[in-house]
Design a protein. Structure first.
Lengths: 308, 276
């Protein structure tokens, strides 16, 4: 008996050893395939369908006829529509431009902040880190709402400027492009500061001293040494700001005006107001191909480069 | 680098921090405003907090958000940890590339796209299998999907730096691989599981876009209610709610930060003692 149960145990152990790792791999793999990957494949399919007055509101792409012939009808109308209606091209470009310039401004403000942090004492650094990280954990939606309290017509900024006599009637910031920029910069500034700080903190200070000894001015030393060495942080921070900014919905929706059409807002309206699911799918797929795709490829290669 | 930062840099730093915090401070101040007018200070009052306590719509939404947050982040920690173990420990397996891609994709994917595609899937699934009905279930599934990615990334980096020799020693002493992992590596990566859970919980509580797509009638999460209120105009009870949330999160982060710092210091101390 002891012999056979021992053999059984060995068999089980071998089984676990052979296939046990699938118990670890399969749950997350299957879950993500079903609820993350298949949805994309499915929207790709819907993007080739036509809008229809039924539930769900689109036609089927393939049909089995009675004699078991599979007929596939791919409609390119939705994609053609994206090209003809200039709202889409406009909002793509507008999103790209907004994300690009807000990233640039975040970099211009964030870099000196991170640099000042890196040059503080270790204790101050710890405290400053906490101060920068805290807003990151606070609700994004609420922070955008809080910003509205500052920049709206009777908000703090206008009250202060009026009181100081700088302006004589309130500035109109809400519902303009400026509000969208301010919203993005305000929301994503911590994402820029943290990676910059991480690279600047590790920077070897002796290099700067050496260049000063050799007669470089501080500015020259900055452009020759500090800036090139901190490029990984610059790139990481810019990605962290640019990527969420480009698909942003909440900020243009709450702070922007009707003509601040970022692509996220167009998608939302297409879906909830126009109920045009096939066009919304086509916009999503195009968005994926033209914006997320290049970013993903870039990240893949830069990760490889770092490993090498 | 530890000399005093030049004045210019220091000014920008202070300015940046002021910009980050000023809106929230103003918001909290105005939540105690007795007046309903947003720009007039009508004296100190808890009026809007009392109003909040009587608002069933907000309380229901808060409860739903908490429930979804706890369930989704717990499931995400389980799935994310499994994915991290698979990616770090198993060098090659079928589907490795797929898993890597799916774990990293949500980090660069605009929420609005994830939301739309998941909604389309849920609608089709409901037609085919009569499951899942849009609401609590779909919210949890969608939140697990994006939180898993963040957990995996967090746990992965900790697991990579974890020393495997302890686990090997445990196995040499006769522990099975699962037991050895549980006894040695799990305690080492536990802080990463905790921060993964907290991160998931915050992301889940905060999510507006994906939730708006996948949720159904009657199941509004807190961000969805706040968004629709804010969209209609300023309402002072949102100020009170926002202040409560900001204060809770702020306290939570501060305490967690201090606890983690103390634990880290203790760990360094233990290591020093052990190597002496």
């Amino acid at each position: 008996m002891g012999e056979s149960s021992h053999r059984m145990q060995l068999f089980l152990a071998a089984l676990v050893k052979r296939y046990g790792r699938w118990l670890i791999i399969l749950p997350p793999l299957l879950f993500l395939v079903v609820f993350f990957l298949i949805p994309f494949a499915y929207s790709l399919r819907i993007s080739f369908a036509d809008t229809a007055l039924q539930v769900p509101p689109y036609t089927s792409v393939w049909n089995y006829s009675a004699d078991h012939h599979l007929s596939i009808r791919l409609s390119l109308d939705n994609y053609r529509y994206l090209l003809t209606d200039e709202v889409y091209a406009f909002s793509y470009l507008y999103s790209l431009r907004t994300a690009f310039f807000s990233t640039l401004i975040c970099l211009l403000i964030g870099y000196p902040m991170a640099y000042a942090m890196a040059r503080s004492s270790k204790t101050t650094q710890g405290i400053l880190m906490m101060i920068i990280i805290l807003p990151f954990w606070t609700s994004f939606l609420l922070r955008v709402y809080a910003l509205e309290g500052i920049i709206r017509e009777n908000g703090l900024l206008n009250s202060a400027l009026l009181w100081l006599g700088v302006i004589h009637e309130p500035l109109k910031i809400m519902r303009t492009s400026l509000a969208v920029y301010l919203g993005i910069i305000y929301s994503y500034l911590p994402f820029m500061v943290l990676p910059l700080f991480a690279t600047l903190e590790k920077l070897d200070h002796e290099l700067l001293e050496a260049s000063a000894d050799l007669g470089s001015s501080p500015w020259r030393a900055f452009f020759d040494i500090t800036l090139p060495l901190s490029m990984p942080g610059v790139i990481a921070g810019s990605m962290l700001v640019f990527i969420p900014a480009i698909g942003e919905f909440v900020i243009p929706s709450l702070l922007g005006g009707p003509d601040n059409l970022m692509i996220g807002r167009v998608l939302w309206d297409e879906f909830f107001m126009n109920r045009d699911w096939p066009v919304a799918s086509a916009v999503a797929i195009a968005f994926l191909v033209f914006l997320v795709g290049p970013i993903a490829i870039y990240q893949h290669y830069s990760a490889k480069q770092q490993e090498a | 680098m530890s000399e005093r930062p030049p004045l210019l840099l220091f000014t920008v730093l202070c300015f940046g921090i002021a910009v980050l915090y000023l809106p929230m401070l103003v918001l909290i101040t105005y939540s105690f405003n007795a007046s309903a007018m947003v720009n007039v200070w009508g004296g100190f009052s808890f009026h809007w907090y009392r109003e909040l306590m009587g608002n069933d719509q907000i309380l229901d939404a808060a409860l739903l958000s908490l429930e979804v947050g706890v369930v989704a982040s717990t499931l995400a920690v389980i799935l994310g940890t499994l994915a991290a173990i698979a990616l770090v420990r198993f060098r090659r397996f079928r589907g490795r590339f797929l898993l890597t891609a799916m774990v990293n994709a949500p980090l660069v994917m605009p929420e609005i796209i994830t939301g739309i595609t998941q909604l389309l899937l849920f609608v089709a699934m409901l037609q085919l299998f009569s499951w899942p009905h849009r609401g609590y279930t779909t919210l949890v599934i969608a939140h697990v999907a994006f939180c898993t990615a963040y957990v995996t990334v967090t746990v992965q980096s900790r697991l990579r730096s974890a020393d495997r020799s302890l686990e090997e020693a445990a196995m040499d002493l006769g522990s099975g691989p699962v037991r050895a992992f549980m006894d040695t590596t799990l305690p080492i990566i536990a802080p990463a599981l905790l921060s993964g859970w907290l991160l998931s919980f915050t992301l889940s509580l905060d999510d507006l876009v994906i939730s708006s797509f996948v949720s159904g009638p009657g199941a509004s999460t807190l961000p969805m209610v706040i968004y629709s209120k804010v969209k209609l105009g300023v309402s002072p009870d949102v100020n009170a709610l926002a202040s409560l949330i900001i204060a809770t999160v702020g306290a939570g982060v501060l305490i967690a930060g201090m606890v983690m710092r103390r634990a880290e210091r203790q760990r360094l101390l233990d290591v020093q003692m052990a190597t002496r």
